[in-house]
Design a protein. Structure first.
Length: 193
């Protein structure tokens, strides 16, 4: 099975400028994602999708490929991960690189582990899922969430006002580290979830 790791690292981050290459424990934060992908021994190709020459050079220095520069259309503030993956996988096909599975790894995931990538790959392939990604539980039941409007708070779900937090079912959120997709299923659905 041919697998590709796609590390998405645009240069124009707004909240934390240059976040993908900021130093974290002595090296650019993107280095952790590259090194983990390479160490997992799951990938035939580890690449970085970027619109930024400095990011590209750093990525190459840590062993990733940068076969092309990301388009302006997918390097803005509003383009989602799925659109970036569609562009990258399409461009890879144009240069003769076909993959059965792709793992989109975020460049700002320094705590990603080979164990989690390997275990999720097994989950993807053994169950023939279209996608697999890590999740985390919310720290407190979201069923007790509040909203603020004109300096007044009210419950989003007032029916949970008198329920004990331990009696509410746990809810989860995307861990924001990586997404495995079966490429064929992904092109049919055009979304990760």
């Amino acid at each position: 099975m041919a697998n590709v790791a796609i590390i998405t690292a645009r240069g124009g981050s707004k909240r934390i400028p240059r976040k993908n290459i900021k130093l974290f424990r002595g090296k650019p934060i993107i280095a952790y994602s590259i090194e983990t992908a390479l160490a997992s021994n799951l990938f035939d190709y580890v690449m970085v999708s970027t619109d930024d020459d400095e990011i590209a050079n750093i990525a190459k220095s840590y062993g990733a490929q940068v076969p092309f520069i990301r388009s302006k259309q997918t390097s803005d503030d509003v383009t989602g991960t799925a659109d970036v993956l569609i562009e990258v996988l399409t461009e890879l096909q144009k240069i003769g690189k076909q993959f059965e599975n792709a793992c989109c790894i975020y460049p700002t995931a320094p705590f990603i582990s080979t164990n989690s990538i390997n275990n999720s790959y097994i989950l993807l392939t053994e169950n023939k899922f279209g996608s697999v990604f890590p999740v985390c539980p919310f720290s407190y039941p979201i069923q007790r969430a509040l909203e603020i409007n004109n300096a007044k708070t009210k419950m989003v779900n007032p029916e949970n006002l008198n329920k004990r937090s331990q009696d509410l079912a746990p809810r989860y959120h995307d861990a924001g580290q990586f997404y495995w997709v079966n490429v064929q299923a992904f092109f049919k659905r055009k979304n990760i979830y």
